[in-house]
Design a protein around this ligand. Structure first.
Ligand code: NAP
Length: 297
């Protein structure tokens, strides 16, 4: 590092387990850029100060992770439509050359999810049904991404039904395509029933995440429909119990690491003024994450 080093980073609480510094720094190094990506531990009460701080220190941008994705929105000059629709910002672009500073908020989970899905062979169609389990921040990004990609129907199942209903109201108010939306309480029989006519099942809950690796949203001893694409947003472990059930049923399992890497590559593309090979950066970021997760296991 020297006086010309450009800074980017991530704010979160906690932050020590974030894979973002390793994956971003690997790509920055590969590109031969004098840039550095730093993890920044920011208390929930200090988000506004942190944003003023990174702006004053000349950062080019920051990623925003749990629990600051909503709180940061009040500190920005502009919010991109996808981030506004989802109600969460995970990437801030800081432009210090605009006759002052200008802070723009984006949500790269939305394009990260949909480009990951398309790159792995599934294209949402007007006759298709997706089943999304969960109604938190990640589910919001997934449902919005599917609707804007033109899917016909999304059935959302959540442990807390009201949260799924609120998601539907929020997305209906802003108007996102013509897809139909339905909310159900998360119960095994309902999940199995609605999945029979679906093309895509997405787990957007924390169920199955390390250390609760024996858990799954799908009931034991019930096969998943053979043609179903099963996308688990959980990436630790890489093969969750749900994805193992999918593989054993002849369904198509897709892990969450590709989305993690893609949202990172898309954030980097927003910060860099030159064009970035997003697929190449995604592949390198994914590789770095796989190695990091392997060494933690
Ligand atoms: P969140 O906002 O806290 O939402 C958590 C969701 O999980 C809620 O729908 C919650 O239901 C549900 N849930 C939690 N425990 C449950 C249980 N025991 N049974 C049933 N449902 C349960 O979290 P988030 O940010 O949306 O993240 C969700 C998952 O997606 C996490 O595993 C996260 O790591 C992953 N993720 C992955 C990527 C990626 O790039 N691959 C990106 C973002 C997130 P209630 O509403 O009833 O509490």
């Amino acid at each position: 590092m020297d006086g010309a080093t450009q800074l980017v980073g991530v704010i979160g609480w906690p932050i020590e387990h974030s894979l973002s510094p390793a994956m971003h720094n690997a790509v920055l190094e590969e590109l031969g850029l004098n840039w550095c990506y730093v993890p920044l531990l920011v208390r929930p009460t200090a988000v506004a100060e942190a944003i003023r701080g990174v702006t004053a220190l000349g950062f080019r941008g920051i990623n925003v992770t749990v629990p600051h994705k909503q709180a940061v929105m009040g500190e920005l000059d502009e919010i991109a439509p996808g981030a506004a629709a989802v109600g969460a910002v995970n990437t801030v672009v800081i432009d210090g050359d605009a006759g002052g500073t200008h802070l723009a908020g984006h949500n790269t989970d939305v394009p990260g999810f949909i480009t990951s899905l398309r790159a792995r062979g599934y294209k949402p169609a007007p006759d298709d049904r997706a089943v999304v389990v969960g109604a938190g921040g990640a589910a919001r990004a997934v449902v919005y991404a599917l609707l804007t990609a033109g899917i016909g129907e999304v059935v959302i199942l959540n442990r807390t039904l009201e949260r799924a209903q609120r998601l539907i109201v929020d997305l209906t108010v802003i108007g996102t395509g013509t897809g139909r939306l339905k909310a159900l309480p998360l119960q095994p029989a309902a999940l199995v029933a609605v999945s029979q006519e679906a093309q895509l099942l997405v787990n957007a809950t924390t169920v199955g995440m390390w250390p609760s690796v024996a858990d799954s949203i799908w009931p034991a001893d019930v096969p998943l429909p053979g043609g179903l694409v099963v996308y688990d947003l959980v990436y630790n472990p890489l093969e969750t119990r749900l994805l193992r059930q999918a593989r054993c049923s002849g369904a198509q399992p897709l892990d969450g690491l590709d989305m993690l890497a893609r949202q990172g590559a898309l954030a980097l593309a927003l910060w860099l003024e030159e064009a970035l090979d997003v697929d190449g950066a995604t592949a390198l970021m994914r590789d770095v994450c796989e190695r990091a997760l392997g060494s933690r296991a």
